[in-house]
Design a protein around this ligand. Structure first.
Ligand code: TRP
Length: 334
């Protein structure tokens, strides 16, 4: 029997290349070998977007189209919407007894996120909501409701998985061996740098290339990319290892072109403008099949709805079965 993968994404915006190399590519690779449940985590997105329901709703469909566009096959992957699985909310309540507030406040992922959201949660997190602080508990419910054994995530999510395992162990030690401890699979590339040289590509950093970006948008972003600051004139030799244009050639171009870029840059026979133009072309080529698949789903919104409906139905069946086991173990199966 195939093992179960459970992973999730918050629908707060379109996917960018950071998501693709950090997670998406990994999903595509894993989809043949696992029983795959992919959660569109709208309830989790609402924990810090509770005042913007339109944004979350719109992005449920946007992110689903992006995921289909990168080559996830709805015959292999169950796409489901978190809010449509009431068992997840129920489990969250049960698990909330098994974790202390202090432990959640110490969770490194939660800590980082609170400090990034000062306008929402205050300068030192004094206005943190109950819901946001508790989202790792809800994520533990996401995973265990489906007996998720394998969870492909980026390294920023590791503290959340550790938290989930702690809840599982605590639950099993009190109520019996009912829940499964999940293991993570990290992506090969866990973090993609921004074109501005920032360690991370992100929406809030304004340095992301989206899978849906058109040629003009790509051109503007690539033309502004950071290159070797010591290269002043077009034919100065330079160091490709400090250049973001070379970094992106390595992500989207083929080996032969990557070598040429590297050698010519070092020899001083390649100007940065030319190099950027070539990157724009390579990026367009790279995104072409993704954007073509996406176009099909944009033109056929009912297909997207159906993918979500079918996946949610399959997910619900699983969660209902698990819930029965949990309630029996907790002696609340009246
Ligand atoms: N917290 C994850 C993120 O923001 C999304 C997520 C929700 C998730 N539920 C999950 C990831 C379950 C793995 C497993 O990226």
């Amino acid at each position: 029997m195939k093992k179960t993968i459970l992973t999730g994404l918050r629908p707060t915006g379109n996917l960018h290349l950071g998501h693709y190399f950090g997670a998406g590519q990994n999903y595509v690779r894993l989809q043949d070998d696992y029983d795959f449940f992919l959660e569109i985590a709208d309830v989790q997105a609402l924990t810090d977007n509770f005042d913007n329901p339109d944004k979350v709703r719109k992005n449920v469909f946007e992110i689903t189209k992006d995921l289909l566009a990168i080559g996830l096959d709805p015959k292999k992957v169950n796409f489901f919407i978190q809010s449509q699985i009431p068992e997840i909310a129920e489990l969250t309540v049960f698990y909330s007894n098994l974790v202390t507030v202090a432990r959640l406040q110490r969770n490194p992922t939660v800590k980082t996120e609170i400090s990034q959201k000062k306008e929402l949660f205050g300068n030192s997190g004094e206005s943190i909501t109950y819901g946001f602080l508790g989202y790792p508990v809800s994520q533990a419910a996401d995973i265990t409701a489906f007996d998720g054994e394998v969870v492909p995530v980026g390294d920023d999510q590791l503290p959340l998985l550790e938290q989930c395992r702690e809840i599982v162990r605590k639950f099993n030690s009190i109520y019996g061996d009912v829940l499964k401890e999940p293991q993570q699979v990290l992506s090969k590339t866990t973090r993609v740098k921004g074109l501005d040289g920032n360690e991370k590509m992100g929406k809030s950093l304004g340095n992301a290339i989206y899978l849906v970006d058109d040629e003009d948008t790509i051109r503007t972003k690539v033309m502004g990319a950071v290159t070797d600051p010591n290269k002043i004139k077009k034919d100065d030799p330079a160091n490709p290892d400090v250049c973001m244009v070379y970094y992106y050639h390595k992500l989207v171009n083929n080996d032969e072109n990557i070598n040429t870029v590297c050698n010519e840059c070092k020899a001083g026979t390649r100007g940065c403008v030319q190099c950027k133009k070539e990157l724009i072309e390579a990026m367009k080529e790279f995104l072409k099949p993704i954007q073509e698949r996406r176009k099909f789903y944009e033109e056929n919104p009912n297909e997207v709805k159906k993918v979500l409906e079918d996946g949610t139905k399959a997910a619900r069946e699983r969660a209902i079965n698990k819930m029965a086991e949990v309630k029996k173990a907790m002696k609340i199966d009246y």
